[in-house]
Design a binder for this molecule. Structure first.
Ligand code: ACO
Length: 325
């Protein structure tokens, strides 16, 4: 018996914002953003859309693919770094209620941009342990609402979106195994410093920027290249295969330069790595399911192929999943 992905879908908000649109209000240019990141445009959520709204759209798409009523879902797991509320209630509980998953448990998982990789392993483990039959695994982000739009070093990097997978027994693409890692010594490299119990928001001391994304770009870049290389090597070693045997590496869509550097170090052609960050930018925990959905739509995935996902991000966290499509 193995845990499988029986359906996978994504939802992105309608509004497209190009680099040129940003350059009208921010001291940046399409040329700088494209040459330093590979990003051309991103989606930005409507003012009334929070992480749960995007998650609900993608959850409904996934259930429709399987023609499955929501009350057949046993567990809803949402990975998000930009939840509706600070810590509680969880995005997952809101999704569970709004889609009518009346028998399901629900919780959120916080692992930065590695969130979907972690959540998929949670889904795999619950199903293989036999404690539940179906887990709805979702990555959903409205990062543009926790972005500092006065910080050109970060604000050009992010976009909004959601993706979901339904994990159940022997009904699709096998999740073979995962590798989950953390380097918490890098906690300050990617952080929202104020608003938690370490540094509660104090209006006398803090500004809004203290509650928004702050990043040491160089440090994150070096970490991310290492994380991507190590994750590919480790997952392949564990499966007894070489990276050349993998049909597609689906990395977290942070920055094309990270992916190019990792491809070079691994000695793999760049076209082995799927990218769509040019259209969606960095959607954190949603980027991997959005990428896989895009690959499905483009007809790039064939039965039996080995697909290797890799996430890396705040924590610092990293890791990947090996999937037999
Ligand atoms: N537009 C124009 N100029 C800019 C912009 C911008 N949007 N942002 C920075 N610059 C300027 C800087 O001010 C600097 O100018 P200066 O030399 O006059 O001081 C110059 O560009 C170069 O700045 P660097 O920080 O050295 O730029 P770098 O080439 O390192 O690229 C980047 C920055 C893209 C963030 C890089 O460090 C990187 O790829 N980091 C990885 C982090 C990442 O992708 N994070 C995504 C979120 S985290 C995650 O998902 C894992």
């Amino acid at each position: 018996m193995s845990a499988t992905i029986s359906a996978l879908a994504a939802y992105v908000p309608e509004r497209v914002v190009t680099n040129d649109d940003l350059a009208r209000t921010i001291d940046t240019s399409d040329e700088w953003i494209r040459s330093h990141t590979g990003i051309r445009e991103r989606r930005i959520a409507a003012p009334d859309q929070a992480a749960s709204d995007l998650a609900i759209e993608t959850a409904r798409l996934v259930l429709a693919q399987r023609d499955l009523p929501a009350d057949e879902v046993d567990l809803v797991v949402v990975a998000s770094s930009s939840p509706d509320y600070a810590n509680f209630p969880s995005v997952a509980s809101i999704v569970q209620d709004r889609i009518g998953a009346s028998r399901a448990g629900a919780f959120d998982l916080s692992a930065g941009c590695t969130g979907f990789v972690y959540a998929l392993e949670v889904g795999r483990s619950f199903v293989e342990a036999g404690s539940v039959n179906r887990v709805l695994v979702i990555g959903s982000e409205v990062l543009t609402r926790i972005t500092n739009w006065n910080d050109r070093n970060t604000c050009v990097l992010f976009g909004d979106g959601a993706g979901a997978a339904l994990v159940e027994r022997d009904a699709g693409h096998a999740v073979l195994h995962s590798w989950l890692q953390s380097k918490g010594s890098g906690d300050a490299a990617l952080i929202r410093p104020a608003g938690g119990t370490r540094t509660p928001f104090d209006p006398q001391v803090h500004t809004l920027a203290d509650m928004q994304i702050q990043m040491d770009g160089r440090r994150v870049y070096l970490f991310a290249v290492d994380a991507l290389v190590q994750s590919v090597r480790t997952l392949c070693e564990r499966e007894g295969i070489s990276p050349e045997d993998v049909s597609w590496i689906v990395p977290h869509q942070a920055n094309l330069r990270i992916i190019e550097a990792a491809a070079k170090r691994l000695g793999l052609p760049l076209d082995r790595f799927f990218t769509n960050l040019d259209r969606f930018a960095n959607t954190s925990a949603a980027s991997i399911p959005i990428a896989i959905d895009d690959m499905q739509q483009q007809g790039l995935l064939e039965e039996g192929q080995l697909i290797l996902t890799v996430g890396f991000g705040a924590g610092l966290s990293y890791g990947g999943n090996l999937i037999r499509w």
